[in-house]
Design a protein around this ligand. Sequence first.
Ligand code: SAH
Length: 453
Amino acid sequence: MTAPVKKNDQLSVYIEDLTHDGAGVAKVDGYPLFIQGALPGETCTVHVLKPLKNYGFAKIVEIEEASPHRVEPPCPVFNSCGGCQLQHLSYEGQLAWKQKMVQDVMQRIGKLDVTVHPTKGMEEPWNYRNKAQIPFGMNGEVPIAGFYKTKSHAIVDTERCLIQTDEADAILSGLKPKLWALGLQPYDEYTKRGQLRHVVVRKARATNEVMVVLVTKKRKFPQKDAVVDTIRQLIPNVKSIMQNVNPDNTNVIFGNETVNLWGETTIEDHIGDVRFEISARSFYQVNPIQTEVLYKQALDYAALTGNETVIDAYCGIGTISLFLAKNAKHVMGVEIVPQAIEDAKRNATLNGFTNTYFEAGPAEEVIPRWFKEGKEADVLMVDPPRKGCDNALLETILSERPKRIVYVSCNPATLARDLRVLEDGGYKTKEVQPVDMFPHTAHCEAVAWLELV
Ligand code: SAH
């Protein structure tokens, strides 16, 4: 295909769709142009920035006809910060788009004609995140902190984030101006100088407990007492202050060593009536309100009567497993990160469950071995990372044929691909329920229910 547009062309286009990362899509003689900030249904004058062979990028010059779903983004740094992609679309519009996106991939990738329900959204889609990972840096002589620009490591200096908690805001706006007085210099990625790299703030919504993790370049931390005092003043409900040491020249936030600076080493949260102890490095769902909605949906689809054996593949710290355990005879969870399995076992004990079993390893190796050893499963729950289920796992499912599968997915495209494989192997997808775990971002979570026919 040769591009029908040239760099710097200006033209009027109709926006048909949004990409999976929230950019508007227009077609010029079939050639897709991606336009940041444009919404479906809009007509815009655009300026071509980068025409590639099969697709190109353009920017809005003028919105000639605006979408009825366009709203003023409430966050002042929405256009530069990479955290949110959809604040210019009304919340109802976001929910409708997520449903349509899931419907589209079910048809296009999965070749499936299946009911995709309206997205289950939040009543209050703000301040929902329970974890903020705030990079600190320097702008000349001035300390800055906020979130990264899209696909970049440039920090957008921010005082308040509308999807984070007040406690995260207290760090953003309150710690920054005190850093000079504390003698704690932010780490500069370019000069490699300075000490404070990130501050991670986690809040357990159910108990109000907060953990603050200071990620520093060095273990030695002479300002420790003063920094602890400052954080306790900024966040009176803080229960745990930890230090993580990351001396490496890397984009990875955490290093290997984590030490306690003040208070407890864990905080406790509840999902439904299940209790979880969360440590500095534990994986934990970031939207606790919607996690409960998601897990309830998964539980509904699992339709447990109390007599079933359930396998929870990609179980993380066992959150779904424990949520299911009181309705099942036995739950077996498998997860590749050994530390997460340790957390799962501890949390099972904390809640008094005796009908759970957790094992660390790749799901695609552990589950076939379980079956070989004679274990059986009535219901299989899978919640893989974005790349979807491993082929070997899908093959095992098709040969062992558990009668019900509940597939929790954070990537509709790989969900649709895997559903096609399962359908070809004898399963029927009954329905799909999108759940909005990440309002104002383009991320979309969905649960599918499959039965063996
Ligand atoms: N079900 C959990 C976690 C889902 S995230 C929850 O709801 O919280 C996906 C998980 O899959 C991650 O914890 C990741 O570590 C794990 N994972 C990735 N590849 C895996 C594999 N091949 N086998 C088992 N687990 C894997």
